[in-house]
Design a binder for this molecule. Structure first.
Ligand code: MRU
Length: 356
């Protein structure tokens, strides 16, 4: 995807350093940051300089590479793996990527370990790009179908950022939109602001602007009225963990959008690569839901009239705040799962049909 017309990936490896786009600075500043140690990678995930399920998985994979560069020792690598997994609890891609690296590297004591690690981390990224591209091609069919019936702009609502900034390239929920736009289908996206960190307003809208895709930021609570007015043709969101029964864990607020979509007969799709499927947990109540610092709610950051980024408190210091970062949308509210292998019903039968 492009920033100022220049093609970028969200993460890459160069001169023993992992390069990331610091997402805490977007949309006001575009800063490429260096990660040189495993602690740098852990911190980048924790403070959300990198975020989005597939991208935190890729960062953790490169974190394992950094761990080897720092100290080529199996017990250090084991500890790094655990610390990386613990850096954020909800997105399953993090554990998936670290487990994949561990399987490749455990017990390897030769000099070859660094080459093996780098190849595997690069492979995780290449695979994610291919998967996201295929998600786009598969999801494009749904948008095309609506466009062929409507013969007018397709209005799509999305929540949070499941765009290329959350992956390596293309994004998951955004990939069908990028593909539709490239094919000349008229699309317009309602972008949920996504309080408290505003990933929709700060990141999704930013990347659509860069790709010249018409979009409008709305408050998180506006989706319902827009659906009642017939101004939303479909919803597409991403996910941090989808269970084998089709239940979807995603950014808090997704569930309420799915309920409104159901009540208004608006198709509600979830886009995901297979690395986001948790085949082990059977009950959504077992998914660890991240609770982040309440300061993320009570302070907002923006740019002032002198072009300076400033942070201000928006409610009384005595008010208590709770910051749950994710929620669960039960499978019954999901019209379909858009994966790299095709679109399936949000159910065990649907998922197992695609992923044997
Ligand atoms: O807290 P975040 O910004 O990491 O949450 C991201 C999301 O909820 C995305 O929708 C999800 O990771 C899918 S990314 C393709």
């Amino acid at each position: 995807m492009r920033i100022n017309g220049i093609k970028y990936r969200t993460i890459w490896f160069e001169n023993n350093t992992v390069k990331i786009i610091d997402q805490t600075k977007l949309p006001h500043k575009f800063i490429i940051k260096d990660l040189k140690t495993v602690s740098d990678a852990i911190n980048a995930i924790k403070v959300m300089e990198v975020r989005g399920a597939p991208l935190i998985g890729a960062t953790a994979a490169y974190g394992m590479v950094l761990s080897i560069i720092e100290n080529n020792d199996q017990s250090f690598l084991k500890k790094s793996a655990q610390d990386l997994i613990n850096s954020r609890p909800t997105a399953i891609n993090l554990k998936w990527a670290v487990d994949r690296m561990t399987k490749k590297l455990s017990g390897v004591n030769s000099e070859k370990i660094l080459e093996l690690a780098l190849n595997e981390a690069n492979e995780i990224c290449e695979e994610d790009i291919k998967f996201c591209e295929n998600i786009g091609l598969n999801g494009l069919k749904v948008i095309e179908e609506i466009y062929n019936k409507k013969k007018d702009t397709v209005n799509i609502l999305t929540h949070c950022n499941a765009g290329w900034l959350a992956t390596i390239d293309w994004g998951t929920a955004t990939s069908p939109i990028y593909h539709a736009h490239q094919k000349g289908i008229k699309v317009h996206v309602w972008v949920d602001e996504t309080r408290p960190r505003n990933q929709g307003a700060n990141l999704t809208s930013y990347e659509f602007n860069e790709e010249k895709i018409p979009n409008t930021v709305i408050t998180d609570n506006a989706g319902g009225i827009l659906m009642q007015r017939g101004q939303v043709d479909m919803c597409i969101v991403g996910t941090d963990r989808t269970l084998s029964n089709g239940d979807v864990c995603n950014k808090v607020g997704t569930y309420l959008k799915a309920l409104a979509a159901k009540d208004n007969n608006v198709p509600f799709y979830v886009a995901l690569p297979s690395s986001t499927i948790d085949w082990n947990i059977k009950d959504y109540k077992q998914i660890p839901i991240e609770e982040r610092n309440s300061d993320e709610l009570s302070y907002v950051e923006g740019i002032d009239k002198d072009n300076k980024v400033t942070k201000v408190r928006i409610y009384p210091p005595k008010s208590k705040a709770m910051n749950l970062a994710f929620d669960i949308t039960p499978a019954k509210y999901v019209s379909g799962l858009i994966t790299e292998k095709g679109i399936c019903e949000a159910s065990e039968r649907g998922l197992k049909g695609l992923f044997k």
